[in-house]
Design a protein around this ligand. Structure first.
Ligand code: GRF
Length: 190
């Protein structure tokens, strides 16, 4: 299976996926890292792992459809089977959704359907809930609304600050995401 990872920023989840492939937990190849930010740190990580990368920005196109058509062409050229979003901060449009039905996965730093959107960790922390977590789900046209594949809870204690909670969430993500992608590749879930 040929995986493309889409990421906008730091790329710590991308890094965890690369390690999953390198240690053979994930029986697939990451054939492409795409970033919609030309200066994203994730592009450095791709270089380090010798993964082919591509980057262009929405603002370089007339509209989102043209941007997604260009992205789709890159994905098709690379014969991508599965799209894995790892901090890709955009809503996926119809062009990509219809080209990859049930083949686009996302990770979200909260227990969906609670706290969707851009600030899942902060929103849960500020709401004062005792528990939040991580969700891996299929992508549909909504914001963090697709069918849930896996979830793991993370306790919020009185001692937690936003920073410690972020660390706890990311630590869970970096184990859960490679494990779920490994299962999907094996055909356990798709
Ligand atoms: C993660 O918290 C992920 O759940 C969310 O965006 C963040 C990306 O972090 N979708 P990183 O770029 O993988 O470090």
């Amino acid at each position: 299976m040929r995986i493309a990872v889409l990421a906008s920023g730091n790329g710590s989840n991308f890094e965890a996926l690369c390690q999953g492939v390198e240690n053979k937990t994930i029986a697939a190849e990451i054939v492409l890292l795409f970033s919609d930010h030309r200066d994203a740190y994730v592009l450095e990580r791709a270089k380090k792992h010798h993964i082919n990368s591509e980057s262009f920005e929405l603002k370089e196109f007339d509209n989102k459809l043209a941007y997604e058509k260009a992205l789709l062409e890159v994905l098709q050229t690379n014969k991508v089977d599965l799209l894995v979003l790892a901090g890709y901060m955009r809503i996926v449009g119809e062009e990509l959704l219809s080209a990859f039905p049930n083949k686009i996965i996302n990770i979200h730093p909260a227990l969906l359907p609670a706290f969707p959107g851009l600030h899942g960790i902060r929103d849960a922390f500020e709401a004062g809930v005792k528990e939040t977590g991580v969700t891996v789900h299929f992508v549909d046209s909504g914001v963090d609304t697709g069918p849930i594949i896996a979830q793991e809870a993370v306790e919020i204690t009185k001692a937690d600050t936003l920073e410690t909670l972020e660390e706890k969430i990311h630590a869970v993500e970096h184990v859960l995401y490679p494990a779920v992608i490994a299962k999907i590749v094996k055909g356990d879930q798709s």
